[in-house]
Design a binder for this molecule. Structure first.
Ligand SMILES: Nc1ncnc2c1ncn2[C@@H]1O[C@H](COP(=O)(O)OP(=O)(O)OP(=O)(O)O)[C@@H](O)[C@H]1O
Ligand SMILES: O=c1[nH]c(=O)c2[nH+]cn([C@@H]3O[C@H](COP(=O)(O)O)[C@@H](O)[C@H]3O)c2[nH]1
Ligand SMILES: NC(=O)CC[C@H](N)C(=O)O
Ligand SMILES: [Mg+2]
Length: 524
């Protein structure tokens, strides 16, 4: 089997590279940038891909072994990976005065196997243009010997380069994110055609492999699973249930930070659908008690994570044979928390299910979805026979409204937010675009955020001095990058009117128009 080696310099999106390679049906593994040359030789890669990273090559000790260029293996450098390649092979990298974050158009220059016949559109002179996603402050300012320029734009005159004789390619933009429309084509071009890897790795027997692995891991032990009713834990529950049946018990935690009437809905859905044992834990008082007086987002996340663990430990103590804690952790949860397996990325926020686990946890973790992305998890759910409406729900974070009430969480704020959020979601479900699709389906995630600031308004000729709610709706396929949703004005207007009229205590509604990056989807 042909294998691609991805060296991680700490990019937030390294796993997306693996995913694109997987889409080309080639097996890949991610390893830290500083693995030894012996390791690379033994790995015997058909191709090497160098990820992006937060540092600057000219002042960082994030340097891979330059000997990898002597193996005769094709190499693709991305962003930091390009900059490192350029510097390691004798080119020059400098801090740019123009920083580029987000969308950019680049022009392909000269002939290169990487971009041949791949373009989004042409400019007036008929040159091919690519719409790409950039995220950098440094840039290559001099090509290494043997390299030619293969793409450029004004902000980044050397936006891609190649030494085709040695099959070294490098791009300043990120072909692995979906916002680079031709990204998948570029990565498969490199892996399949330039490196000549055989597309022989297919996901079709993923379920069988996963089921076998779970049976082997768990043996005759019992497993408890944190079930939120969200996509990930529901799919994990179905998968594990398929593997070990009755050895699985699900624990649904009502932490008082759920959405309007959510607890009832989740319990109904599981009683009806899965045939899985579910225990409903009422823990709102505990969570709220520990959150009182705390306003720092990371601290709130840690407290919520800790409380979750307490609940699971308490519940598992009641099941003496339970040795495993299963979670619907998926890849973006892992990467955004702590730089994935390789530990090279910066921490953006501690997702509760990853950051909050103490060493004293007497349960082993079972996370069968840990390597998958949301859309892959959904495919798996459908494959496992879960109902469509369950699999295609918007995600809801484990810390729930705890991270959507900004600052200190108070019961009063949670209740206002629940009501505003319910109105927003109801209107999204009921409004349709010209093709008859609901705006709930047209967005990937949507919710309201409670801002603990007051502003002045006038209602019924009287002065009001009340709280603000922000609406957030995004479109994304992997939740690693996202666009704010261009919701119709009349829909926004209706939601705003209803919230202000129906939720006493809120007199102003705003819409969040920030992309990710630089913002994140949740506000905390
Ligand atoms: N209220 C809850 N009770 C029990 N476990 C929970 C709860 N909320 C979250 N978890 C656990 O934390 C994991 C991560 O939550 P996350 O929100 O990422 O996934 P999800 O809720 O399963 O799916 P979705 O992303 O669609 O909301 C869940 O899969 C689940 O194991
Ligand atoms: O289970 C979760 N536990 C968490 O602690 C958490 N924080 C963010 N999210 C969800 O992850 C996606 C990306 O969110 P951000 O852009 O805010 O990081 C979005 O879908 C968020 O809702 C979480 N999910
Ligand atoms: N995303 C990246 O790889 C960034 C590379 C480098 N830190 C820069 O800012 O140019
Ligand atoms: Mg959830």
């Amino acid at each position: 089997m042909d294998k691609v080696l991805i060296l991680d310099f700490g990019s937030q999106v390294t796993q997306l590279i693996a995913r694109r390679v997987r889409e080309a049906h080639v097996y890949s593994e991610i390893h830290p940038f500083d693995v030894s040359i012996e390791f690379i030789r033994n790995f015997n890669p058909k191709a090497i891909i160098l990820s992006g990273g937060p540092n600057s090559v000219y002042e960082s000790d994030y340097q891979a072994t330059p000997e990898l260029f002597t193996l005769g293996v094709p190499v693709l450098g991305i962003c930091y990976g390009m900059q490192w390649m350029a510097q390691a092979l004798g080119g020059k990298v400098e801090s740019g005065h123009v920083r580029e974050f987000g969308y950019a158009a680049i022009r392909a220059r000269g002939h290169s196997a990487l971009f041949r016949d791949i373009q989004d559109r042409c400019n007036e002179e008929g040159h091919g243009l690519l719409d790409v996603w950039m995220s950098h402050g440094d840039k290559v300012t001099a090509l290494p010997e043997g390299f030619k320029l293969i793409a450029s734009n004004d902000a980044c005159p050397i936006a891609a380069m190649a030494d085709e004789a040695r099959r070294f390619y490098a791009v300043q933009f990120h072909p692995e994110v979906t916002h680079t429309k031709q990204g998948t084509a570029i990565i498969s071009r490199f892996v399949l055609e330039i490196a000549g890897a055989q597309p022989s790795w297919v996901m079709k027997d993923y379920i069988e492999t996963a089921v076998a692995r779970i049976r082997e891991q768990v043996g005759s032990d019992e497993v408890i699973l944190g079930l939120s009713g969200g996509v990930d834990s529901s799919v994990a529950a179905a998968l594990i249930h398929r593997a070990i049946g009755d050895q699985l018990t699900c624990v649904f935690v009502d932490h008082g930070l759920l959405r309007y009437r959510e607890a009832e809905q989740v319990m109904d859905m599981f009683a009806g659908n899965l045939g899985v044992k579910v225990i409903h834990v009422h823990a709102a008082a505990d969570f709220m008690k520990h959150l009182a007086g705390v306003s720092d987002p990371e601290q709130k996340r840690k407290i919520i994570g800790r409380e979750f663990v307490e609940v699971f430990q308490r519940e598992s103590a009641k099941l003496p044979k339970a040795k495993w804690l299963a979670q619907g952790t998926i890849y973006p949860d892992v990467i955004e928390s702590a730089g994935a397996k390789t530990g090279k990325a910066h921490t953006i926020k501690s997702h509760h299910n990853v950051g909050g686990l103490p060493d004293t946890l007497h349960l082993q973790l079972l996370e069968p979805l840990r390597e998958l992305f949301k859309d892959e998890v959904r495919e798996l759910g459908v494959e496992l026979g879960l109902p469509h409406h369950m699999v295609y729900r918007h995600p809801f974070p484990g810390p729930g409204l705890g991270v959507r009430v900004l600052g200190e969480v108070k019961a009063e704020y949670v209740e206002l937010l629940q009501r505003a959020d319910a109105i927003f979601i109801e209107e999204l479900r009921n409004s349709r675009n010209a093709e008859g699709k609901s705006w709930y389906e047209l967005t990937s995630q949507a919710f309201a955020v409670f801002l603990p600031v007051k502003s002045v308004g006038v209602m019924g000729d009287g002065r009001t001095y009340d709280y603000v709610v922000a609406l957030r709706a995004v479109v994304t396929s992997d939740f690693m990058t996202a666009h704010w949703a261009e919701l119709p004005y009349d829909l926004l207007g209706r939601v705003s009117n209803r919230i202000i009229n129906e939720v006493r205590g809120i007199n102003r509604v705003v819409y969040d128009v920030s992309g990710k990056p630089p913002a994140t989807i949740e506000w905390e």
